[in-house]
Design a protein around this ligand. Structure first.
Ligand code: ATP
Length: 331
């Protein structure tokens, strides 16, 4: 068993509901093992600048239900330089930390790997991002909440779209993957889903979007039509695509960009449970000597996955749901 007396924890990259639940679990589990916890503020910036605070169990009381992160999160371009990685490692050494836990997405894990070049302690990652684009875990902390937040909004848009017999284009987050768009699109009964896994859409290919709309209106008499799209799937985004659809078919199409609403809010039960499980598991695995791994959950089993692979390997979106949407719903 590794000797672990003091560890650091930080939240990095896009904040995600459940990050607080994860910090709480880390602190409570560490306390049960007489391990001290230092929390760094504003992601890797706190590590580089020495902005930290000791975290005791009473600091994490009643935070399991809170969105955001009590440690704050941020991007940290400085870490992408050799000097930045050295400065981060120097803080870890100076504070005599035996290990560091990084709660974030695949970018944050690359940052952890950079620090590991200059630091002899253990480093583990915990998947915290709404995007779910981290390989080695079925779901990331925050993903389930983001889907429910998007669903709540799309259901409301459906009401007004139905009342006014309108076409709506709802743009969801997801950067380079369509996890949120596909899940929220299917769960809301969206007529059409546009996501990177179906290929990018160019203005010259507008026909593939328009034909199903026209079919639906003529053949099925739809009183509303909702297209859910992932961000970055069309040049100019959903606003431009909505205008192009309106021009092409002569029926007004409205765009609604959900944006950062998807990152906020109280975490749903699934995220609180996942965050608690992975936070506890990560601390226990540190004691077992784990290093440069990510604590994830696959088929309800917590497990370790190489940190490097979680960022390098592209996580596959559910091929069954993709096929179903393409063959049955996107008609
Ligand atoms: P999300 O997917 O929710 O946005 P993320 O962790 O992928 O989360 P990024 O902005 O990609 O978010 O990365 C967060 C931080 O990790 C960056 O601001 C930077 O400090 C660090 N980081 C990312 N890539 C690297 C890299 N190649 N080398 C060193 N540090 C990196």
């Amino acid at each position: 068993m590794a000797t672990i007396r003091r560890i650091g924890v930080l939240t990095s990259g896009g904040d995600a509901p459940g990050m607080n639940a994860c910090i709480r679990s880390v602190v409570l589990t560490a306390a049960a093992h007489q391990i001290e916890v230092i929390g760094f503020s504003h992601g890797y910036n706190g590590l580089i600048e020495g902005d930290y605070t000791k975290l005791l169990p009473y600091h994490v009381q009643h935070i399991i239900q809170l969105g955001g992160t009590i440690l704050k999160s941020a991007r940290c371009p400085a870490l992408q330089t050799e000097e930045g990685a050295k400065a981060a490692a120097a803080t870890l050494r100076q504070l005599q930390l035996d290990a560091l836990l990084v709660i974030g997405g695949d970018g944050s894990f690359k940052g952890a790997l950079a620090i590991a070049q200059h630091y002899k302690g253990q480093i583990l990652g915990l998947p915290g991002t709404i995007d779910n684009d981290v390989d080695g875990t079925d779901a990331t902390i925050g993903y389930a909440t983001a889907i429910d937040t998007a669903l709540d909004a799309i259901d409301k848009i459906r009401d007004t779209a139905d009342a006014f017999e309108r076409i709506f284009l709802v743009e969801l987050m997801g950067r380079h993957s369509g996890f949120i768009a596909l899940s929220a699109g299917i769960a809301s009964g969206a007529e059409q889903i546009i996501c990177p896994e179906f290929g990018t859409l160019e203005p010259g290919q507008l026909d593939t979007v328009i034909r199903p709309i026209q079919n639906a209106q003529v053949l099925k008499g739809k009183s509303s039509y909702i297209i859910v799209m992932a961000e970055h799937c069309y040049p100019g985004g959903s606003t431009t695509l909505a205008a192009d659809i309106t021009d092409a078919i002569g029926i007004e199409c409205r765009a609604c960009v959900l944006g950062h609403i998807q990152r906020g809010g109280s975490p749903v039960g699934a995220d609180r449970i996942l965050a608690t499980k992975l936070g506890a598991y990560a601390v226990e695995q540190l004691l077992g000597g784990a290093h440069l791994m990510m604590a994830g959950e696959v088929n309800h089993q917590a497990g370790l996955y190489p940190l490097q692979a979680s960022g390098e390997r592209k996580k596959r979106i559910d091929p069954y749901l993709l096929r179903w949407q393409q063959q049955v719903a996107n008609d």
